[in-house]
Design a protein around this ligand. Structure first.
Ligand SMILES: [Zn+2]
Length: 195
């Protein structure tokens, strides 16, 4: 391989990953500056919390909501493939990671946390931990990579299956969340609270 080709290869293959790692580090710094805790105030660091209604949700690395972030990855993979078909997939992955990280940083500003607290009366909720946000970003990246492997049809089928499992399991899902955002329904909220 010539030097120029090697350099081109490096640009396309290595830089997106390095940049994605830098985005992860930068989002951790920003989340800390926003006042978020590194990990759960309970003092433990669990890899997985299975109870969606426990105070540990969004405080440890992964929990049922992580699957909604995998679905974000599915959506980004599809959307970016349509919008930027000629960009290398690693650059599209970087864009997905960047968008997800930006969302985590915005979602965890005091402004949004307080709005969320007013809207849902989720008392005691003090934002996600940095560890949880990094887990969410990783879940999104994983979803992107999975979608690339599976292709359109199987990704779409898996998207629907994950949505269905989440609705049965935690009475919440990505699409339900979006629906409630644009069309707040008391009946749906009551159903969610009636677990
Ligand atoms: Zn905890």
């Amino acid at each position: 391989m010539s030097n120029a080709a090697a350099r081109g290869d490096l640009r396309g293959k290595v830089w997106p990953w390095l940049a994605a790692a830098a985005v992860g580090v930068a989002s951790a710094v920003l989340l800390r500056l926003e006042g978020r805790l590194w990990f759960c105030a309970c003092g433990r660091l669990l890899p997985w919390v299975g109870d969606a209604w426990s105070a540990d949700t969004s405080q440890h690395l992964f929990d049922p909501y992580s699957f909604t972030h995998v679905l974000h990855g599915f959506a980004f993979a599809g959307l970016l493939a349509l919008l930027l078909p000629r960009a290398g997939w690693r650059w599209r992955l970087l864009l997905a990671v960047l968008a997800e990280a930006a969302w985590e940083v915005i979602e965890n500003t005091d402004f949004v946390i307080n709005r969320y607290r007013e809207a849902t009366a989720a008392l005691g909720y003090n934002g996600d931990t940095v560890v949880n946000s990094l887990g969410d970003i990783a879940a999104c990246a994983l979803g992107f990579l999975l979608a690339r492997r599976l292709g359109w049809l199987r990704t779409l089928l898996l998207f629907v299956a994950v949505e269905a499992v989440l609705l049965l399991w935690i009475r919440d899902s990505l699409l339900l969340n979006i629906l409630l955002l644009v069309y707040p329904s008391e009946r749906l909220r009551a159903w969610q609270a009636g677990h």
